[in-house]
Design a binder for this molecule. Structure first.
Ligand SMILES: *Cc1c(COP(=O)(O)O)cnc(C)c1O
Length: 399
């Protein structure tokens, strides 16, 4: 794999540039056998390694994983990527891989006290047409993080730094990339105000990190269609708020709606706009599309809706196959009179919706083989997994 930045340096877990494994444990404990000090600032050393400490970053096969029943649970992997930005340095400099594990934070860090943080989510797939892995439009995630960082008064990594970091994280954890067709390695970049601050203000220091986990399907329904509930009391976003950026502070406030819906057997809720309570926006972690006749509509991203990379890709793919796609207000009437409804997102892929419950009435939609969502799902995943030619230049090779 590509060495971090300077070819002569040993990797943080003690592998020499010649490729020999010195021993992850020594690197982990910061005792490189006297051969050199640990490259990580001590405060970022993982305090609790989750896995056996041997360096397995060159191994291909995953341990005892049941690849057929992955779901979206957290399977800890070997390495995470860490890059810091301090006021003195004036930007993100050089990041490093570290053993995956707990991190240390000041109790008065900006992220813990004021929620100054952003996350991202993207997947690495094992390539079908040869060795190596592919990422799907990682620059889009990088740009979205930059945009969100502006809103949250944080510095952000450059697109190049972001994509490089993602690639490093994949390569260090390659034994955790599921076999073709079984899922993907989900990458979770975080950007947090890690510096200590008491009064409400931007933190004096920031940390960008990425961890990884192998995942299968997001909903417990698997690939099957889901049932959604329209939420009328709790809103996820408001005009002028932060619904359009992936800030960590958007998600805990919707747990209540999500948990209540789950207890009634729904996979998730659909949020309505907070002003008129009449226009559907999206679900807790995915975007929404409605299909009627040959027309497809999805709520326009005007600040209250998260601009999904999958959403944007699906709009393009649907247009390519002759559908008219409108980004506009989608009323509750448009929704309940639709032929077909589906959700999109990195985690959920393209998930068909079989019913939506609104004010006690259950509305049904077409699902199955002969649907647009199925067609788009196949087209999208074929590109992502390298089964179809990527004419759009959306995939990025990692090898
Ligand atoms: C992440 C997210 C999405 C989907 O975005 P993708 O880039 O397609 O993964 C949609 N809605 C919300 C609220 C999200 O957090």
């Amino acid at each position: 794999m590509a060495v971090l930045s300077s070819a002569k340096r040993a990797l943080p877990w003690g592998r020499t540039s010649a490729g020999g494994v010195i021993g992850g444990l020594r690197a982990l404990l910061g005792t490189d056998g006297g051969g050199g000090r640990s490259l990580l600032p001590s405060r970022w050393k993982s305090s609790q390694p989750q896995l056996d400490p041997v360096d397995r970053s060159d191994e291909e096969g995953g341990g005892d994983i049941d690849w057929d029943n992955l779901g979206f649970g957290l399977t800890p992997t070997d390495y995470m990527y860490v890059m810091r930005c301090t006021q003195e340095e004036g930007g993100f400099s050089r990041g490093e891989l570290a053993r995956y594990g707990n991190i240390e934070l000041s109790p008065s860090s900006g992220v813990l006290n004021y929620g100054q943080g952003l996350f991202e989510g993207l997947k690495a797939y094992r390539r079908a047409d040869g060795p190596g892995y592919t990422l799907f439009r990682p620059e889009e995630n990088a740009r979205r993080m930059q945009h969100g960082a502006g809103r949250m008064c944080m510095p952000s990594p450059s697109v190049e730094q972001f994509v490089h970091a993602v690639k490093q994280t994949v390569l260090a954890n390659k034994r955790w990339v599921p076999p073709q067709g079984k899922g993907a390695l989900y990458l979770r970049p975080l950007l947090i105000g890690s510096g200590a601050i008491l009064g409400l203000a931007p933190a004096p220091e920031y940390t960008f990190m990425i961890y990884a986990a192998p995942v299968g399907t997001y909903f417990k329904e698997g690939m099957a269609a889901i049932n959604l509930l329209v939420e009328e009391e709790i809103h996820r976003a408001m005009p002028g708020g932060t619904g359009g950026v992936k800030t960590i502070s958007n998600y805990a406030p919707v747990l209540k709606a999500q948990m209540d819906a789950r207890s009634k057997g729904f996979a998730d809720v659909l949020y309505l706009d907070s002003v008129h309570k009449r226009y559907v926006e999206e679900a807790s972690s995915c975007n929404l599309f409605v299909v009627k006749g040959g027309a497809v509509a999805t709520p326009a991203t005007a600040g209250t809706i998260l601009p999904g990379v999958t959403r944007r890709s699906i709009i393009e793919l649907a247009r390519d196959s002759g559908y008219q796609v409108e980004e506009r207000l989608v009323s509750i009437d448009d929704l309940i009179s639709a032929d077909e409804v589906f959700c999109t997102g990195t985690a959920v892929g393209v998930t068909p919706v079989s019913t939506i419950t609104y004010q006690g009435t259950r509305y049904e939609f077409r699902t199955g083989e002969d649907t647009l969502s199925k067609k788009l799902y196949t087209t999208l995943t074929s590109i992502q997994m390298g089964l179809a030619e990527d004419k759009k230049g959306w995939t990025v090779a990692v090898d």
